[in-house]
Design a protein. Structure first.
Length: 226
């Protein structure tokens, strides 16, 4: 029963997060003095905003768990669904692909919301043809074979200095990538929704003909303190 309740709460949080953009969530994190906003990670394929719960993949050099290699990313694809985003750490090799075309196809077939990679991605044209959302700074043609292995799935990772854990939440759009700890998601959503509602009211006021200086006066400057 508890697992069903947790799953229902997680799905509700994802639905709410998908209604918000990165700027509103960033403002909420600012107000709450929480970290998690990462700039400069562009969308390389797909369209629009993605949001969901995090399934992590940690890549690097060394021996895979149990000493038996498995193609990187496949476990994450099998675990993930439509409310999930696969988030990858690959800091070991600046050229080795941390995600590729067959993985994009497999994830797309399962309805996975998207991938956010802190490391190079290959076969990006395949992902674009699928309209499968991928956010990453770097593209490559070089294979992971002989260069990196999967060190773990659903383990703690670091993404550009931000700690990301399995079951956390992620949002990515053209403005930023944002990670939110599972323990903070409720209050972050509450705060972001209030901010988004205030901005929506301000936009309506502008459409109604109110002067922009009036609309974006004191209320706007003190929005994060209220």
């Amino acid at each position: 029963m508890e697992r069903n309740d947790d799953a229902s709460e997680g799905m509700d949080a994802v639905r709410r997060l998908r209604r918000l953009d990165a700027c509103a969530v960033s403002d909420a994190l600012d107000r709450m003095k929480l970290k998690g906003v990462i700039n400069g990670v562009p969308r390389q394929s797909g369209e629009g905003r993605i949001a969901g719960r995090v399934v992590t993949v940690k890549l690097g050099v060394g021996q895979p768990p149990g000493g038996r290699p498995r193609h990187l990313g496949t476990t994450a694809v099998e675990l993930a669904g439509s409310t999930d985003i696969i988030v990858i750490e690959q800091h070991a090799n600046e050229e080795a692909g941390s995600w590729g075309g067959l993985l994009s196809l497999g994830a797309s077939v399962r309805g996975v919301a998207g991938v956010i990679a802190d490391g190079p991605v290959r076969d990006i044209d395949d992902a674009r043809a699928l309209q499968f959302p991928i956010f990453t700074r770097t593209l490559t043609a070089k294979t992971a074979r002989g260069r990196i292995v999967e060190l773990g799935t659903n383990v703690p990772i670091m993404f550009d200095g931000v700690a990301v854990n399995p079951g956390d939440y992620a949002l990515a759009d053209s403005s930023a990538v944002i990670f939110i700890a599972a323990a903070d998601i409720g209050r972050v959503l509450d705060t972001a929704e209030v901010i988004a509602a205030k901005e929506s009211a301000m936009a309506n006021a502008l459409r109604a003909g109110e002067p922009i200086g009036t609309v974006m006066g004191g209320d706007y400057e003190h929005m994060l303190r209220d």
